[in-house]
Design a binder for this molecule. Structure first.
Ligand code: AMP
Ligand code: TRP
Length: 335
């Protein structure tokens, strides 16, 4: 009897600026919770970051900071292969190979591309190609599950289409992955505007809480968070209640309490009490992460050592997979 293969989990995150609690609650927290029972790969996607202009010194700093932050947030390099995308050449190679089986029209309809392209003076080719690089990331690891926030669903669906097309053309080669999106935290909204998603690229004070913000800054932001005039506290899908619902979800994910117990805790209380408790939960939830981050970032050599082990482990999976793909497509493999 053969033992079934352990499920493979793969996700990625861009080193493009400080993480906010949307990244933490939408993605990283579920990566940490899922460690152990499955085989996990977490990739710092530096090749994706350069699809919009980056300053070299800032990029270099942000790659190490992101590694430190992920470890500080609970990614355990003993249980998860944590690595930098550009350290594994197979990702760029896989992207090229998949470029040549993917119709251009599939990329032109991606909503994230359309949104990001609007903000650029000159649109780089890499920005359009971004989802194929993401497909290569995922498919090279025979990934079963891709835990992400809601905004990445379309990219994972495109990855499925590319895998199916390749399998149809060249025979069964890729596992067809599925997105895994939690109900709470899938779309953490801006605190100053609950109709907009919290985003790394909005630097307006009050928009986001960054994972390394000080307690004073967190108090400032939550105090001014937009709510509504209804003065009752409960989870809800009503757009008019999006601000309160967002605060409740943040509270839920930082405390780990059930929705029923949260609603009964706040029954009869006002928004002042809600904000005070959310503030406490966020400050206490982020405190150990910020403290561990400060220690880790002081030792860049140790970060580089961890990333180099991760890269070797990732290469051991991705390199042979690229050879299989090239073989199927008819290349003469180097001896
Ligand atoms: P990025 O910052 O674009 O590299 O995103 C990293 C991860 O965070 C992805 O899985 C995103 O889906 C997730 N994410 C980004 N913004 C949010 C948000 N406002 N709410 C929930 N998840 C998010
Ligand atoms: N595009 C993703 C984001 O912006 C990051 C990413 C790159 C990713 N490659 C991936 C996510 C592979 C999941 C799997 O959030």
């Amino acid at each position: 009897m053969t033992t079934p293969r352990r499920a493979r989990v793969f996700s990625g995150i861009q080193p493009s600026g400080m993480l906010h609690i949307g990244n933490y609650l939408g993605a990283i927290q579920q990566w940490v919770a899922g460690q152990g029972e499955k085989t996990n790969f977490i990739c710092i996607v530096d090749l994706h970051a350069i699809t919009v202009p980056q300053e070299p010194a800032a990029l270099r700093r942000q790659i190490r900071e992101l590694a430190a932050l992920l470890i500080a947030a609970g990614i355990d390099p003993q249980q998860t292969t944590l690595f930098v995308q550009s350290h594994v050449r197979a990702h760029a190679e896989g992207c090229w190979l998949l470029n040549c089986v993917t119709p251009l029209g599939w990329l032109e309809r991606m909503t994230q591309y359309k949104m990001k392209a609007q903000k650029q003076e000159s649109i780089l080719t890499g920005l359009l190609d971004y989802p194929i690089l993401q497909a290569a990331d995922i498919l090279l690891y025979d990934t079963d599950e891709v835990p992400v926030g809601e905004d990445q669903k379309q990219h994972v669906e495109l990855t499925r289409d590319i895998a199916q097309r390749f399998n149809g053309l060249y025979g069964e080669t890729f596992v067809v992955p599925k997105p895994v999106i939690r109900e709470s935290g899938a779309r953490v909204m801006a605190l100053n505007d609950p109709t907009a998603k919290m985003s790394k690229s909005d630097f307006t004070r009050g928009h986001a809480i960054r994972v390394n913000d000080s307690p004073d800054e967190i108090r400032w932001v939550i105090k001014r968070a937009v709510t509504d005039a209804l003065a009752s506290i409960g989870f809800s899908n009503d757009p008019a209640r999006a601000g309160v619902n967002n605060l409740l979800q943040i509270y839920e994910l930082f405390t780990g309490q059930s929705r029923e117990s949260i609603e009964s805790h706040f029954a009869g209380k006002g928004y002042g009490a809600l904000k005070a408790d959310v503030t406490e939960a966020v400050i206490e939830g982020l405190r150990p992460i910020r403290e561990r981050f400060e220690r880790l970032i002081a030792d860049p050599a140790e970060i580089d050592r961890i990333l180099s082990i991760g890269a070797s482990q990732a290469r051991a999976v991705a390199d042979p997979k690229v050879r299989v793909v090239m073989d199927r497509m008819g290349f003469v493999l180097p001896a």
